[in-house]
Write a protein that binds this ligand. Sequence first.
Ligand SMILES: O=C1O[C@H](COP(=O)(O)O)[C@@H](O)[C@H](O)[C@H]1O
Length: 260
Amino acid sequence: MNTPQLVVHHDKELMAQAAAARLITKIVDAQASRGTASVVLTGGRNGNGLLAALAAAPARDAVDWGRLDLWWGDERFLPEGDPERNVTQAREALLDSVPLDPERVHAMPASDGPYGTDVEAAAEAYAAELAKAAGPENHGPVPAFDVLMLGVGPDTHVASLFPELPAVRETERTVVGVHGAPKPPPTRITLTLPAIRAAREVWLLAAGEDKAEAAAIALSGAGEIQAPAAGAYGTRRTLWLLDSAAASQLPRSLYPPASP
Ligand SMILES: O=C1O[C@H](COP(=O)(O)O)[C@@H](O)[C@H](O)[C@H]1O
């Protein structure tokens, strides 16, 4: 595990804009060195805020959208097009306004898709899609994503890994179905911690006062079963992107003081 790095921005708008600029640079760099880039999107307010900021950034045109693979860290298991699905919200915030290759947009299955309401079968199918995309250089059944983003929930959940639920204890499978999530809807699909940890860079997004306690717990040595955000890290880098409200309960020793 690498030590998390923290960047604290003044407010959530600035955080979203700075994170969007950072993501553009990452994608452009990956495409320049390997030809393609892969990014795992998160749902939730902060993830969608970042996508909206990216949509508004003139530098978005620096990205070759046709050579970008998009994956999801989790999905709410609802019918296609449901406004609560993470992919629906991502499409609205950004994806519908950029020239992506539809073959490279790897949405998680919907509850009215080919697997019907069988969330385990849907999770297995997504695991198979990931395994197919992983090359021999990836050392496992998941691609080494360039960036995997995770919104941090007020209860420290990331993706759909909620404290103490079976999904956060999974050590073998890369994608699992979730039942009884405390945040609606109760049925979800999620990458597991081993899949998350295949990413080169993991970025955790936390903005707003309601994330302050979660950030403080996850960054103060909590266990990953009780605080899933504590178990999310990348092979090269783990970056927490916060606003000052979400950072307000962190020990000051964890990040340098903001400029006056
Ligand atoms: O339900 C979900 O919630 C988390 C966090 O969302 P937020 O609105 O509290 O920022 C999100 O990361 C996850 O993808 C989503 O399914």
